[in-house]
Ligand binder design. Sequence first.
Ligand code: ASP
Length: 354
Amino acid sequence: MKSTYFTLIFALFLAVSCSEPKESQLINNTETQVDFALAIHGGAGTIKKENMTAEQDAEYRAKLEEALDAGYKVLENGGEALDAVVAAVKVMEDSPLFNAGKGAVFTNEGKNEMDAAIMNGSDRNAGAVAGLTRIKNPITAARAVMENSPHVFMSGAGAEQFALTQDLEQVDPSYFYTDFRFQQLEQIRETEKTELDHSSLLEMELKDPFFKDRKFGTVGAVAKDKNGNIAAATSTGGMTNKRFGRVGDVPIIGAGTYADNATCAVSATGHGEYFIRTVVGHEIASLMRYGGKTLAEAGDEVVMKQLVEIGGSGGIISIDKNGNIAMPFNSEGMYRGYRKANEAAKVMIYKDEK
Ligand code: ASP
């Protein structure tokens, strides 16, 4: 009788201890946990070492490092991933080196119209704006849409009207002018003039060497904070010579910008039309959620296969809740960098850099 009693107790103990998940089962133990981390990009495209001067190379690296430092500081002090991605993106928006904020590309009409988006992984709240012309840091307007309005996406005159009520830094549209970007527009206009009689708009764009050689200077950041939350932010001037109210992938939640604590945070750069059609950010998250893929596997599948199959060039930066980072791109280069807790910043430009 006594021994049956002990057998029962022992069996009960075994059942309880086996059903309780062990620590190794709770975390994705194929990858390491990082306390906090962030990654940034400053655009992808035909970026080759032989086409850059040593000064340009150094200038880009210094600015990327400054952006990483700004985000890292926020995370190190216990700040939110959301604040970190905004801090990093603002540094790049303020630099004429990138196609976002100061240095944004020109529309066909010779204007700078900027798009931006932000997403918070903990509650999947998001904010996006398209076609802004007067807000110095469009990413702050995207955040205001997320936090101070019941909406997710505002565009054109309405978005501007809302942003102007938000106590955000305003500038005259001429602030965004840079010679370099204006020359890019004129170059395209010139090609158009010679092609116009013979080709459709689509044919022209496909033939246009500038189009093929396109450098995408969009900026973005993803981060994981000490609380385990992740976030993504992206900001852009779009594509040179854009017209008809064209909006790219950047402010389309799920395409150029996406974040969900359950999977990953993604910020993209590249030929937006293809990124929209592939729904890049959400596709990567879905491959993780339903396909059981790791961050790196999911990113490769979308950027190196799905996008390539339909002719979409560019890349993404991504982070998951463990602080793993993946930055696949299918173009010649991508301005990019990352910094993990207690590690030095790593900044890269060309394809072969690891
Ligand atoms: N993805 C952006 C767009 O299509 C362009 C870029 O990445 O530079 O608007």
